[in-house]
Design a protein around this ligand. Structure first.
Ligand SMILES: C[S@@+](CC[C@H](N)C(=O)[O-])C[C@H]1O[C@@H](n2cnc3c(N)ncnc32)[C@H](O)[C@@H]1O
Length: 261
């Protein structure tokens, strides 16, 4: 695709206008309700991440990049671009591509970093990316399409995957009756990547944090529980949180895979 003024054009004659906020929507199909993060979830996510509770994960990702090698970085399921921004700050020469099915999320991502482009796309479809061009793919709490990881990464390129670690927000989940946060399905991921990848590093990043009632509401409302607020009275339980200090654990598992040549 070539960018002419504020329109992307492909050789087959299709054209896609850049939105005012700087992202482009290449998706011409609808996705099932509950797939994309809504504007309210995105607002909660941005407010919560801004307070720094998940900064240890952002730093863990940024510490695992390779400045000599990483030129094109794709964040698959980038949300507001919080993690991709940290990764790009660690890679002064790199360009970032944020893929996500949520336009409200990408409105924020598009403005989050000067070297970041943002494209609305469904990760379960073949990505709008040529084969073997990416040096680094980042995937944080987002759908994992192993076939596309394999296709878009250049030989020697790396895949950084992060998800919930053991005990992530466990106290909150018990108190509020949240959907199972689950630990990361690392065995399943290892199996899906057995062909064409080598696991080079796996680390748990944990912290004890203290939340205000607003922090509690935002961390719940930015995730999948937001799609089920009126089931089991969760909205009422959230509204009733008044304890000024709720202490809980954040736990993330970060896996680094290398794309074999
Ligand atoms: C839990 S959020 C994580 C966002 C970001 N990585 C972060 O941690 O802040 C999951 C993201 O995946 C996106 N998503 C869910 N299903 C998707 C799909 N099929 N294709 C593209 N994005 C999807 C959602 O819109 C949301 O932004």
């Amino acid at each position: 695709m070539a960018l002419q003024a504020r329109t992307l054009r492909c050789s087959a004659g299709h054209s896609f206008d850049l939105a005012r906020q700087g992202y482009v929507n290449l998706l011409h199909a609808t996705v099932p309700k509950g797939t994309a993060d809504t504007a309210a979830m995105v607002a909660a996510r941005e407010a919560f991440l801004r307070r720094g509770f998940y900064a240890p994960l952002a730093h863990a990702l940024a510490a695992r990049v390779e400045p000599e090698q990483d030129r094109l970085v794709i964040d698959a399921g980038a949300g507001t671009g919080y993690y991709l921004t940290h990764v790009l700050d660690a890679l002064p020469e790199a360009t970032g591509l944020a893929l996500d099915v949520s336009a409200p999320a990408l409105k924020r991502a598009a403005r989050a970093h000067p070297r970041l482009g943002a494209v609305v796309w469904n990760l379960w479809q073949p990505w709008p990316v040529a084969s073997g061009v990416a040096d680094l793919v980042v995937n944080v709490f987002a759908p994992r399409n192993a076939d596309e990881f394999r296709r878009v990464l250049a030989p020697g390129g790396r895949l950084l995957v992060a998800g919930p670690g053991p005990g992530h927000l466990a106290d909150l989940a018990d108190d509020l009756g949240l959907l199972d946060v689950g630990t990361d399905k690392t065995e399943r991921l290892d199996a899906a990547l057995a062909d064409g990848f080598r696991l080079v590093d796996r680390a748990d990043v944990t912290d004890r944090v203290t939340f205000t009632p607003d922090d509690v509401r935002d961390v719940v409302l930015m995730g999948p529980n937001a799609h089920h607020l009126h089931r089991n009275g969760l909205a009422d339980r959230l509204a009733a949180v008044t304890d000024p200090r709720t202490t809980t654990t954040t736990a993330f598992t970060v896996s680094v895979y290398e794309r074999l040549g």
